[in-house]
Design a protein around this ligand. Structure first.
Ligand code: KG4
Ligand code: ZN
Length: 353
């Protein structure tokens, strides 16, 4: 098969991304323009400001992606973009840009499912020994807390998702609530660093609720409010001594990661009972950079799969978080099969797997 080169755009949430990827898995460029700073004070993604930032940044991101790849737009073979799921206005920016580029350049177009792209990332990053289908993916970020079974490049099943908040957002909120020391890697990472820096007082742990025992689903709102209630009862973060903060932060991290361990074990057991032959668990998303999580999951998976070993795979962090490389890579099998979309294609802000 001939080499196929895709220019891909991603704008489903708060990052403006453009990348150039080839059918042999070469990443020719990977541009990510972050906008965290814009939403910092808002406590979430501000929809209008996010759209505005995408509109501001998308043309430059495309220009840089082509320049870094040392390729002219006319030499690209196809244009891919994130069709959904995501924030309506944000998706619209990438969709319009991609359709217009494709129409003007007379190139084929493919609209990609964002979660499928996350799930397929290890088939690119673990080359030449990628996880074999079917594999299990745990996606833990600011936007997602998901367990997905990938059966092929086009067949996915969500085994578990969060009924309320994502684990990453709760790490961020607890970290801010405790007014923890600042880390360049963000509030979630600063919580991990704070806990690692000192042995914890254990006595606040019993306040932490276990979410939906035995159920294949995530919930972090209860844990979030347990921490909030404790801090409020003590008179706010300013009145907590450092050892109490340590106890609280460590109990929070242990409970949050404990929930991931429990649900992963449930999912692996379910896969085994179904006789699916799952050999790999891929863990990705911003929270997957947490070393405590890596360590704990490592132990749990080994213990739970003694008879029938399952290997843990952690794609590199820069391709676990939102990016356009994964969009280009996920579009590839459709381009190669000639299964492309009309230039009139619309976004799908709500789109199940
Ligand atoms: O995938 P990601 O970079 O971006 C989006 O969600 O869009 O994930 C970011 C999330 C944030 O909530 C951040 O606090 C969390 O990942 N995070 C961490 C760590 N590093 C990043 N959470 C816990 N421990 C870490 N070391
Ligand atoms: Zn994502």
């Amino acid at each position: 098969t001939r080499l196929f080169t895709v220019l891909a755009l991603e704008s489903s949430a708060d990052d403006t991304c453009a990348a150039v990827v080839t059918s042999t898995g070469q990443i020719l460029s990977n541009i990510v323009v972050k906008q965290h700073h814009i939403h910092e004070d808002f406590g979430g993604i501000h929809p209008y400001k996010a759209v505005q930032a995408h509109q501001l940044n998308m043309p430059g991101a495309v220009q840089r992606a082509l320049r870094d790849a040392n390729i002219a737009a006319a030499q690209v073979d196809g244009i891919a973009f994130t069709r959904g799921p995501g924030m309506t206005g944000c998706l619209g920016v990438g969709c319009s840009a991609a359709k217009t580029l494709a129409a003007a350049l007379n190139k084929p177009l493919v609209g990609v499912h964002h979660m499928q792209a996350h799930a397929l990332t290890p088939t690119l990053t673990s080359a030449p020994n990628p996880p074999t289908f079917p594999f299990l993916t745990l996606l833990v970020s600011g936007g997602h807390t998901l367990l997905v079974l990938a059966s092929s490049a086009s067949q996915f099943r969500v085994l578990a998702t969060t009924v309320d908040e994502s684990i990453g957002r709760v790490f961020d909120k607890v970290s801010r609530m405790l007014a923890l020391p600042w880390s360049a890697k963000g509030p979630g990472a600063s919580l991990e660093e704070f806990v690692a820096a000192s042995p914890a007082r254990e006595d606040v742990a019993p306040l932490m609720p276990r979410a939906m025992p035995g159920v294949l689903g995530f919930s972090f709102a209860g844990l979030h409010s347990a921490v909030e209630r404790f801090v409020t009862a003590q008179g706010g973060a300013a009145s907590l001594d450092v050892s109490t903060k340590h106890g609280l932060a460590s109990a929070f991290q242990r409970t949050a990661v404990g929930q991931l361990e429990e649900k992963v074990v449930l999912a692996l057991r379910w896969c085994r009972d179904q006789g699916l032959g799952v050999r790999h668990l891929v863990v990705s998303g911003g929270v997957a950079s947490n070393s405590y999580l890596r360590d704990r999951l490592g132990h749990s998976v080994i213990n739970a799969t003694r008879q029938d070993p399952v290997s843990l795979v952690f794609p590199p962090p820069e391709l676990c978080t939102d990016n356009a490389v994964m969009i280009g890579w996920a579009s590839m099998h459709r381009f190669l099969a000639g299964n492309t979309d009309e230039y009139s294609i619309l976004i799908r802000p709500k789109w199940s797997l």
